[in-house]
Design a protein around this ligand. Structure first.
Ligand code: FAD
Ligand code: UDP
Length: 385
């Protein structure tokens, strides 16, 4: 009945389903264990009619024109450039830490001198990962690096990951580099914005095709069996000759036979307030205070103006435990060398299965943004289907 079976209705699964149905005329079944599509990008209207992101704030940004153009088939965009402020020493300063943050937090003379040095050493409009800045030879820059490390990175990272920045692959803190610039935006990508009618609507348009069948509320193991040793696949107990695209956790797929890949989880605390506005920017980070990392107010992102209420969300990081309700969602893979090695071993098992394609943040154990997942899915589609 089906040519391809897809596990997971997030970006990885939805892009593949759309491509296979529209470009290859395939019949596709998507199996999704949640009660809705869109994976972690899922958004919905809350009880007071405010559009919220159920699994944390999602801002779309990309350098990749082909990804932007592809998604633009399913949505119009609201122009939106995300700005984040950090609550540091009782002041709100731009994050990523930039020249404006420097001048806001430090005395004029010192800030002027540091600005000159940053521009001389790295150049204007450059991005310098904090772990790189800490290696500076210059004493004053070294001092700045320690200041930024302590005020912005150390305690936030300890909260978010339970470990210090050096214990993670450098690309994690490198996502939010010190920016030698006065540009206060969180991202500088050429294409950025929010789907005008929300992410869920975008997914609905992607998946609305007669050849795409969707089975929600179903763990794939209820209907799909793949024998990792022989490669045999059964669906509803019947042999299946097509391909499987798997976007869930790769360690789960192999029944954890090599051990568990670690994740970080989050608890989201939503608060709906009877007021039009709560904070000056979409997100405010609290590196050094409270147990949450950041507060996001959705109406900045979505542009929604038709409610007298506003909804905010606080993100409380917590360990991931697959059997503990409330901690069972694997939001973040934990990028470090040890976990990379374990993933590589799973990857070796995966390569033996030529009819199963592992794709996405969970299946590739990779800290992907949305655009990277879309780009990877488009590539895999071209190369393997
Ligand atoms: P997912 O969206 O996780 O989809 C996988 C799907 O598979 C899920 O729906 C899951 O329920 C399903 N599934 C898993 N196991 C099974 C099973 N056993 N049976 C059936 N179904 C199963 N990216 C950005 O670009 N910008 C942002 O601002 C941004 N903010 C983020 C904020 C947070 C808090 C988080 C956690 C992520 C954020 N991301 C952001 C990343 C973004 O969420 C991911 O890049 C994207 O969702 C990955 O898509 P995916 O399809 O790989 O995974
Ligand atoms: N980070 C930090 N302080 C901040 C912002 C980010 O220490 O104010 C570090 C932290 O380790 C975080 C990482 O940079 O996990 C990546 O931040 P990003 O905002 O990209 O995380 P995401 O939106 O994916 O949760």
């Amino acid at each position: 009945m089906f040519d391809t079976i897809i596990v997971g209705a997030g970006f990885a699964g939805a892009v593949m389903a759309e491509r296979l149905a529209n470009e290859r005329g395939q019949k596709v079944l998507i199996i999704e264990k949640r009660t809705h599509i869109a994976g972690n990008a899922y958004d919905r209207f809350d009880e007071k009619g405010v559009l919220i992101h159920q699994y944390g704030p999602h801002i779309f940004h990309t350098k990749l024109k082909h990804v932007w153009d592809y998604l633009s088939r399913f949505t119009e965009w609201r122009i939106y450039h995300h700005e984040v402020l950090g609550s540091i020493d009782g002041q709100l300063v731009p994050i990523p830490f930039n020249l404006n943050s420097l001048h806001a937090l430090l005395p004029d003379e010192l800030a002027d001198s540091l600005e000159r040095k940053l521009v001389n050493v790295f150049g204007y409009n450059t991005k310098v990962p904090i772990l790189r800045l800490r290696e500076s030879d210059d004493e004053e820059l070294k001092w700045l690096a320690e200041f930024v490390y302590e005020k912005i990175f150390l305690h936030y990272t300890m909260k978010q990951w339970g470990v210090s920045p050096e214990e993670l692959n450098p690309h994690v803190t490198g996502r939010v580099p010190v920016y030698v610039s006065r540009d206060n935006r969180y991202f500088q990508d050429r294409y950025q914005g929010m789907p005008k009618d929300g992410y869920t609507r975008l997914f609905e348009r992607m998946l609305s095709h007669p050849n795409i069948k969707l089975m929600l509320n179903t763990d794939y193991k209820e209907i799909l069996e793949v024998d990792p040793d022989s490669g045999l696949i059964r669906v509803f107990g019947q042999p299946f000759a097509g391909k499987v695209i798997f976007t869930g956790k790769i360690d789960e797929f192999f029944d954890y036979r090599l051990g568990e890949l670690p994740y970080r989880s989050l608890r989201f605390q939503f608060e709906t307030l009877d007021q039009a506005s709560y904070q000056p920017t979409g997100t405010i980070n609290y590196p050094n205070d409270y147990d949450f990392t950041r507060i996001t107010e959705f109406n900045h992102l979505t542009g929604q103006r038709d409610s007298r209420y506003t909804t905010i969300v606080k993100e409380f990081p917590q360990p991931y435990e697959r059997h503990t309700p409330g901690r069972e969602v694997p939001y973040y893979p934990v990028p470090n060398p040890e976990n990379g090695d374990l993933y590589a071993e799973y990857r070796r098992l995966a390569r033996e299965l030529d009819r199963v394609v592992f794709l996405g943040r969970l299946a590739e154990y990779t800290y992907y943004d949305m655009d990277a997942v879309v780009s990877k899915a488009l590539k895999v589609f071209e190369e393997r289907f």
